[in-house]
Write a new protein. Sequence first.
Length: 405
Amino acid sequence: MVTFRSSYTLWKMVSKARELTEHPSVQERIEAVLRITGPAFGGTGYGKGRPLVNALEDVAQEALLLGDFAFAQRFQRFAAYAGGELFLEILENYYDEEVRHRSEEGMRRMVAMGADRAVAVLDQLSDDDPDATVADARDLFRGIALSADHLGIGSGEGGIRLPTRERRRLQQYGHMELVLRNLPRPASAESARMVGDLLADADAGLLAQLLELRARRAGIDALRVAVEDEASSENDLHARLKNQEWIFGGAYVEELTRRQYTEDTILDIPLLRGDGSLHVVELKRANIKDLVIRRSGHLMLGAPAHRAVSQAQNYLRTMDENREAILANHGVDTRRASATVVIGHPRYVTGDPSHREIAETLRTYNTHAVRIEVITYETLLESAARMLALSSARQDPDRMGDATA
């Protein structure tokens, strides 16, 4: 169940954000948000619900189309809070300087406390064993780290009770970035020279690409784990694919923040092509036992796949019928939009079909389709892995030579 939120703090942040943009179309959409978030019915409450989330996402989408990505991200976070996905403390840490300062002070105290505890542990080790070595200290701290896996929150009198605010703080630190500022200079001229040489030789573009490749590998691994879990729901798989438009191929520029373009249509993953047109990704479970069935000796798609295709067809029909309004209101061209249905995995299919036979059955079906393609999570993962391998090879000339030999 979705828990919608609103507050004076959100209203204040949206009001402040209005002053940070000069685009009339963005300001107009912000005004629509403020009309919703203003005190409701003359009281002290603030309007909330799906209309507020949609209005905030409208601002983000418009800013995105205008190329103001930071502003779009700001309103994406506002929408996540209004939709119950983020706590208010997260927004405050992003966009309230006083709150951010207090949080930084808290982090500094935590780091200092941790360092003090580490010194105390080392002092105790030295008292117990004056001949202790660096290896002994390393083993001691490794043991402490391993023992942390056995810590938990109990429900009895001896357990640890965390108030709601502290639980939120755990999520807060999960969303925060630790940055070291005003570090002291290196201890010697030689170390300063070495650091300077390292920074001078660093290729910022290459480092960024390597970090992106690492993030993409982590994304594939997380998706594979979810696919291999037979209990994973559509929402579980959706969470692993959010903001991972690259997995679906290089034709897509980005994943759109807005998922609803008509009253009765909510898209799983709307992707934007380079020409501004829409591509719809419809996600289903990986654990589909009757993905393909055998009739009269021939393999064909089972009922779950046909239902998913019918759902995608209805989406595309609705997009065609409302193309003018969607283009005018959201800047997305939905005429003759296309779709991909991701459903099932050969590991879960009952009967005797092999992976190759399942792939051939889907390929035969797709040959006769025009705007909708059906693929399995296995195909999606394999395609993404090949793209990643090619990207990795481009970063390593030696590997590229091997790949083209």
